[in-house]
Design a protein around this ligand. Structure first.
Ligand SMILES: [Zn+2]
Length: 193
């Protein structure tokens, strides 16, 4: 049976947004992110990171620099007994590469993960600090949670709050957002039985 997952944005959601981070030393976990991921791990809900990395196409960072930053994120999470089950990135930059299926708000990364990990996108939760992180919830029928941070545009908050749908919420911290997502998944499982 396909499983529900937590899809998490990286920059500005799990780690502080360093604008095209190229070195592991730039990685700083956002307060509460690691412990929240650990709670998802304990609940056996897959955690999938989906991140737009146009800095690769723009020439700001190389793929190996991206990998070194990703490895550092994984290492810091491990210090908190937390892990992500899979990590996907979109290296494209629309101005140069044209449209692609993977760049959020597209759901190409999500569908790749769904095939690889046997996930139900409709049953999953989409968390991030930008509207484009949350919009996949409307595409898939899942739950979207905007967690406003330093880089969040006011328009994104207005949009999320103005939708008047239970499919999109605005929650102040990543810890509370993950807990709300886990509770939503748990309740959906209960009602499906
Ligand atoms: Zn892409």
């Amino acid at each position: 049976m396909a499983r529900a997952a937590l899809f998490l944005d990286r920059d500005g959601t799990i780690i502080a947004d360093a604008h095209y981070p190229s070195h592991p030393d730039q990685v700083v976990l956002i307060d509460g992110a690691a412990s929240a991921i650990a709670r998802a791990n304990l609940a056996r809900v897959p955690v999938v990171v989906v991140t737009n990395q146009s800095g690769i196409s723009r020439g700001h960072i190389t793929v190996s620099q991206y990998e070194s930053v990703r490895n550092r994120v994984d290492a810091l999470l491990a210090e908190h007994d937390a892990h992500v089950d899979a990590s996907y990135h979109c290296p494209h930059w629309p101005d140069r590469d044209g449209p692609c299926a993977c760049r959020k708000p597209g759901i190409g990364m999500h569908t790749d993960a769904a095939h690889a990990l046997q996930l139900s996108l409709t049953a999953s939760v989409y968390i991030g600090d930008r509207w484009r992180d949350v919009q996949p919830a409307l595409t898939t029928g899942g739950l979207g949670i905007l967690v406003p941070g330093e880089e969040t545009h006011f328009d994104d908050i207005t949009r999320a709050k103005g939708l008047n749908t239970p499919r999109v919420r605005v929650i102040d911290t990543i810890g509370d957002a993950v807990d709300a997502g886990l509770a939503w998944i748990h309740a959906a499982r209960g009602s499906a039985q």
